[in-house]
Design a protein around this ligand. Structure first.
Ligand SMILES: [Zn+2]
Length: 68
């Protein structure tokens, strides 16, 4: 959970999202000139990292991380 120290917003932020882990990757292209890919998680190694950089509403970069 994250919270803006300026306005108290805890729902929406600008930032970066990273996902990483083992996956099964396969093509879903019906048109040979387009490339679309999907992936399924193959095990429990998946990790997602969220890094909020600014409040969506007030633009403050004073974001605190709060434990659930
Ligand atoms: Zn804010």
């Amino acid at each position: 959970m994250f919270k803006c120290k300026n306005c108290g917003n805890s729902e929406k932020f600008f930032g970066t999202a990273l996902e990483r882990g083992n996956a099964v990757i396969y093509s879903i292209s019906e048109n040979p000139h387009e490339y679309n890919w999907r992936y399924n998680l193959s095990d429990s190694s998946w990790k997602s990292i969220l890094k909020p950089s600014a409040c969506f509403y007030c633009g403050s970069k004073e974001i605190e991380s709060t434990e659930i």
